[in-house]
Design a protein around this ligand. Structure first.
Ligand code: ATR
Length: 238
């Protein structure tokens, strides 16, 4: 039997075991998928011990998409540019290879609209935000990305990385100042964990002044399916 798992912390919200185990059963694959919760301060110790066990592959989620990189033997080239890995394949020779499917996965649901995306408010500055940023730069005619994040320095670092990929206009704005912006966005994306788990009653920003009827409001959180952020956007459209 092959063993797969999702590495992250916390993982209460994760549907990954249900999704993968259902698929294994459906396709008659002799495999099992489990949760591997790793607290950030135990990361190194736990990853080293996983290397001695019989795993075939992992998904990697918050907050470990960047932490995992130093422990990989090989990286798909786009991961080096994105700086984040969400999938690890254990090769036949035991080497761990990192992939990122977040940036193509992010574009998939909006691929019919990509041609009309010219400006975006990107909420968050972690690994998922990097993947979204690269997806936008690679697949859309975006010419301005406004980043907002709880911690300014992380937002500025994200902008530096995106700039290396493509020179367009980038701005950082404090989340508290969004209400004062005089700009409407084609796309507003939440990449933070604000809206799930203990934060499920919270919205990462106030949408009031920054959207219009055509704005795509996109939340990477899938549990709950309709976050407070999406509900506010939906209600504003009525
Ligand atoms: P991922 O790899 O999935 O993006 P991450 O790298 O841990 O996960 O990034 C999480 C993002 O959610 C960050 O932008 C983080 O903001 P900070 O840079 O300030 O840490 C944001 N985030 C997490 N918890 C948050 C909270 N309670 N309020 C606001 N932002 C939060």
């Amino acid at each position: 039997m092959q063993h797969f798992g999702i590495i992250g912390y916390p993982l209460d919200h994760s549907f990954s075991p249900t999704i993968h185990n259902t698929a294994f059963e459906f396709y008659n694959i002799n495999a099992e998928y489990s949760k591997i919760e790793i607290e950030p301060d135990k990361f190194e110790e736990k990853i080293i011990s996983l290397k001695d066990e019989n795993w075939s592959g992992f998904n990697v989620t918050i907050p470990h998409k960047q932490h995992i990189i130093p422990y990989l033997d090989e990286l798909e080239p786009i991961c080096e540019r994105i700086g984040a890995v969400n999938t690890v394949k254990v090769e036949n020779n035991g080497k761990w290879k990192g992939y990122n499917t977040d940036y193509t996965g992010f574009i998939k649901p909006i691929e019919m609209e990509t041609g009309s995306l010219h400006n975006c408010l990107l909420i968050g500055a972690g690994g998922a935000a990097q993947a979204v940023g690269f997806g936008l730069l690679e697949y859309t005619p975006i010419h301005k990305i406004v980043v907002t994040n709880r911690t300014e320095i992380n937002g500025l670092h994200l902008i530096e990385k995106l700039k290396l990929f493509k020179e367009i206009e980038y701005i950082f704005i404090d989340p508290g100042d969004i209400g004062n912006m005089n700009e409407k966005f084609d796309l507003i994306v939440n990449t933070t964990s604000v809206g799930m788990g203990k934060l499920k009653d919270k919205s990462p920003v106030s949408l009031n002044a920054i959207w219009r009827k055509e704005t795509i409001v996109y939340d990477l959180i899938y549990n709950p399916g309709r976050t407070r952020f999406l509900m506010v956007a939906e209600n504003s459209c009525l």
